[in-house]
Design a protein around this ligand. Sequence first.
Ligand code: ATP
Ligand code: MG
Length: 62
Amino acid sequence: MKPIIKFENVSVGYSLGKSNEVWVLKDITGEIYPEEYIVFFGPSGCGKSTLLYTISFGSIKV
Ligand SMILES: Nc1ncnc2c1ncn2[C@@H]1O[C@H](COP(=O)(O)OP(=O)(O)OP(=O)(O)O)[C@@H](O)[C@H]1O
Ligand SMILES: [Mg+2]
């Protein structure tokens, strides 16, 4: 069966190249298959919304 969503090596960082550079996501890879029920969990600020937003829209506008 083919995945309906596939994301590979998703990385999101802010202030790249500056002293306050921070990576929220680094090389996140996954596949979601039809009728699967997926739960993202983790502490506040770990990047759940950033991952969903990036999968949906392809990038983060800052
Ligand atoms: N402009 C920015 N510069 C630097 N860091 C940022 C910026 N915008 C967001 N972040 C950081 O990205 C991280 C991930 O945020 P995100 O909203 O994805 O977390 P979350 O897991 O959805 O949290 P919550 O459970 O509270 O909803 C946070 O640590 C936040 O501080
Ligand atoms: Mg969130």
